[in-house]
Design a protein around this ligand. Structure first.
Ligand code: NAP
Length: 285
């Protein structure tokens, strides 16, 4: 039986750990705030007290933490205890430079590294229907397959280099975050012009410009209810990572920079921990 450790049981990691346990894998979890890890004992997971103890028996170590700094800090504690045959599957969104830095950290400790960001938010994480965008050596694939099969409905092996998963992830996230920003813009503009914003969602409903995301996030913007599936703070981080990747990839970053400023304005107004749909706050002048 594959022994898997999940480091980070926030919005995404908790659902992923539950699905790993549900698939019959031997699961250990660790989270900085232990109150978010403890409920996973009910699903059969072992709750560890520190990162090193969490990973010592693992075949696969999954990191699902906020950003590259958080992952590096936790893995600097964990890596000396990781077995020589174990593989690290890095699923947090950390960008291209972040992935290079973490892959180098893995190499320094002789641990196999798979760059494996995911598409899908809290609900797909809970349902085991994420899409894993993987980059890493083909010799590591067999070890991580039971883990990716448990957390996702599909794995796309993008390439052999660490960073290949993230290249596709950042392109996909640029679209996701643009849809949320564009939805906020249309809802904000409708309201500003004295039109019921629901009429905008009704007008696009069922047509070629409709999408479930616009309806879902648009309804949250109209209701003013923002329980987090993906935090505004995460959207600030990811728009910065995407803009940086655009400059690396010789792609004009002005639209992404503008989006980054919108997410940041709403986050700095105190909505950082709310869902990214709370970007609507930045549209009200
Ligand atoms: P989250 O609920 O905010 O969880 C963040 C996790 O990182 C928590 O476990 C948190 O620990 C931990 N953390 C933050 N700073 C830390 C530090 N300095 N040291 C140790 N642990 C630290 O976020 P999430 O939505 O699960 O996101 C996790 C990752 O997945 C992010 O990279 C995000 O971009 C990516 N992602 C998210 C979604 C989504 O829709 N939510 C989708 C795809 C990818 P505490 O609990 O102690 O704060």
């Amino acid at each position: 039986m594959t022994r898997v450790t999940v480091l980070g049981t926030g919005l995404m990691g908790a659902g992923m750990a539950r699905n790993l346990a549900g698939a019959g894998l031997d699961v250990t979890v660790w989270n900085r705030s232990v109150d978010k890890a403890r409920p996973l004992a009910d699903a059969g997971a072992t709750v560890a007290e520190d990162p090193a103890r969490a990973v010592s028996e693992a075949d696969v170590v999954v990191t699902m933490l906020f950003d590259a700094d958080a992952v590096a800090r936790v893995m600097e504690q964990a890596l000396p205890a990781v077995g020589s045959e174990a593989v690290w599957a890095q699923t947090s969104t950390v960008g291209l430079d972040g992935t290079t830095r973490l892959a180098e950290l893995a190499e320094q400790h002789g641990v196999g590294f798979v760059d494996a960001p995911v598409l899908g938010t809290k609900q797909p994480a809970e349902q085991g229907t994420l899409i894993v965008l993987a980059g890493g050596s083909s010799r590591l694939r067999e070890a991580v397959t039971p883990v990716f099969d448990a957390i996702g409905s599909r794995t796309v092996w993008v390439g052999e280099r660490p960073g290949d998963g993230h290249r596709l992830k950042l392109a996909a996230n640029s679209w996701v975050l643009s849809v949320v920003g564009a939805t906020a813009q249309a809802i904000g503009l409708a309201g500003g012009l004295g039109v019921d914003p629901q009429q905008f969602l009704d007008a696009i409903s069922g047509g070629p410009l409709d999408c479930a995301y616009a309806q879902n996030k648009g309804a949250a913007m109209i209701d003013g209810e923002f329980p987090a599936a993906f935090t505004l703070g995460g959207a600030v981080k990811d728009t910065a990572l995407i803009a940086e990747a655009m400059r690396t990839g010789s792609t004009d970053d002005r639209l992404m920079e503008a989006l980054h400023q919108q997410f940041r304005t709403a986050a700095e107004a105190g909505h950082d921990a709310e869902d990214m749909a709370a970007v609507i706050h930045a549209l009200r002048c």
